[in-house]
Ligand binder design. Structure first.
Ligand code: SAH
Ligand code: SF4
Ligand code: F3S
Length: 469
């Protein structure tokens, strides 16, 4: 058996799940049952929730207006930081009363948090009103698990420890009609010393290029205009496939898909970013000028402890090459403050790197100790107070830089993909530039889904204001 066949869920198993979908639908012929899904964490989880929604739609469920009206409540969880877990426990606790009033209601919890044994133990002991627990590797088995849960008084727990396989051919119901997430690979092999993702998402495995292309072609036919390709480290796409075009090759291929006007992707690990990828962003018209390139820290000493496999100098050199090759590129990043052992001098190096690289935007995080990761065992944990002080400083520096970069756009003419009405407004529409900045402008409904030209008139902290040209 080749490596590929081994990681693909067999067709019989997919057919089996389709049969369970049919059986659940038979229990619910008038489509009276309603569901709600709450998603925590990254876009990968958002995309998984769209899969759950797709399966539920085939099983005759409709989306509920609110939690109280739901017959099925799902929490798709994240465990990358402790506060993501706290939120889930908070929600679960507050459902106890509702479950008493509506004993037939099913409460399900799934996602990354459930791939940790102690979490599952804790939930099954302390939150006895939870009916169904499953993980990230067996998401495609949801129809069977739901069927069993409907027909049983006991709670059902199914977690697969294995690295997981790829399930193709299951339904998906996307939230948006213009922009779509497309997962191209699952898992991560990097084991950065602070990060739990490789433990809960398993090893890297890539979807077949053929499956990805067919999905994107279908999205083009359905009227989607933009796709974002997802993976924890998209630059290593294809390394596990027998025929490997590499990530740059995949982008080139997707650049030919009719109907799709914009292609984005995340996340790129700096250690694996190839010169070929820079060329593709430059050459391929549909690939947008935006790169999310998490640096995590500006200190080589900390980067080494983080096991990131690059130094401060290597990152700065890479950023300089990218900016030189693609002058209008927007660079965004992730930064962790308060990694164990981070001194004031290390932190100053992070601030200095930010001043030198000048990111358009940075997602900043307080280091969170994750059981099972090497950094959690370090004796040099940083106090919450110090972390918060550093975080505040980082934010001030980044906000100033973001504003300075955006100020340069004043008066510029830019292409915007119109996404819809801006919140709380009747005639202000919202969309994004190719560099992923939000632009609000006065428009009309027919423009939704179209690429328009807008002149930037005003710079706000988190968005731009413009007028149609
Ligand atoms: N695969 C992506 C990121 C996935 S997690 C990458 O490597 O860039 C998203 C971000 O969460 C990470 O970039 C990191 O900045 C942050 N993160 C991960 N583990 C964390 C932890 N233990 N504490 C704080 N932030 C963390
Ligand atoms: Fe986590 Fe590092 Fe993998 Fe990103 S590359 S998911 S930070 S282990
Ligand atoms: Fe969280 Fe899992 Fe994503 S831990 S960040 S939801 S891969």
């Amino acid at each position: 058996m080749s490596k590929r066949e081994f990681t693909q869920v067999p067709q019989e198993e997919i057919l089996r799940q389709r049969e369970f979908m049919r059986q659940v639908r038979e229990l619910n012929p008038d489509r009276l049952l309603k569901y709600s899904i709450s998603t925590f964490g990254c876009q990968m989880n958002e995309n998984d929730s769209e899969r759950l929604a797709g399966m539920l739609s085939e099983m005759g469920y409709l989306e509920a207006e609110n939690i109280e009206d739901s017959d099925l409540i799902i929490y798709n969880t994240c465990c990358v930081r402790e506060n993501a877990e706290f939120k889930v426990y908070g929600h679960l606790g507050s459902l106890k009363k509702l479950k008493k009033q509506k004993p037939d209601m099913i409460i399900a919890v799934c996602g990354c948090m459930m791939q940790q044994k102690d979490v599952v133990k804790h939930i099954s002991r302390k939150y006895r009103h939870v009916d169904l627990i499953f993980g990230t590797h067996n998401l495609y088995r949801f129809p069977e698990l739901l069927y069993n849960s409907i027909n049983s008084d006991k709670s059902i727990i199914e977690i697969q420890d294995a690295t997981g396989s790829i399930a193709e051919g299951m339904p998906i119901a996307r939230k948006d009609g213009i922009k779509a997430w497309v997962t191209i690979m699952y898992g991560c092999n990097n084991f950065c010393s602070y990060c739990i993702v490789p433990f809960v998402r398993g090893r890297e495995r890539s979807r077949n290029a053929y499956e990805i292309t067919s999905e994107v072609e279908q999205l083009g036919r359905q009227g989607f205009r933009e796709i974002t390709l997802l993976g924890q480290n998209v630059n290593s796409y294809g390394l596990d496939l027998p025929e490997n075009k590499g990530f740059a090759g995949l982008l080139r291929e997707l650049g030919n898909v009719e109907g799709i006007e914009r292609i984005r992707f995340m996340t790129s690990h700096p250690k694996d970013l190839s010169p070929e990828l820079i060329t593709v962003i430059k050459d391929c018209k549909k690939v947008c000028e935006h790169l999310h390139l998490p640096v995590q820290s500006g200190s080589s000493r900390i980067l080494e402890m983080m096991k990131r496999n690059y130094t401060r100098e290597m990152y700065m050199e890479l950023a300089a090459v990218i900016k030189e090759q693609i002058p209008d590129i927007a660079l965004t990043t992730d930064i962790i403050v308060g990694f164990p052992g981070e001194t004031e001098a290390d932190f100053d190096e992070t601030l200095d790197l930010m001043e030198k690289v000048r990111f358009d935007f940075a997602y900043t995080f307080l280091y969170s100790r994750r059981t099972g990761t090497p950094a959690a065992n370090s004796p040099d944990q940083i106090s919450e107070d110090v972390k918060k002080q550093r975080f505040q400083k980082l934010l001030e520096v980044q906000n100033r830089i973001s504003k300075e970069i955006n100020d340069r756009l004043l008066g510029a003419e830019t292409e915007v993909l119109v996404e819809g009405l801006s919140r709380n407004s009747i005639n202000t529409f919202t969309g994004r530039t190719r560099s992923n900045k939000i632009v609000n402008f006065k428009g009309t409904n027919e423009l939704v889904g179209m690429l328009v030209k807008v002149r930037i008139k005003k710079i706000q902290t988190w968005s731009l204001e413009g007028e149609l040209i």
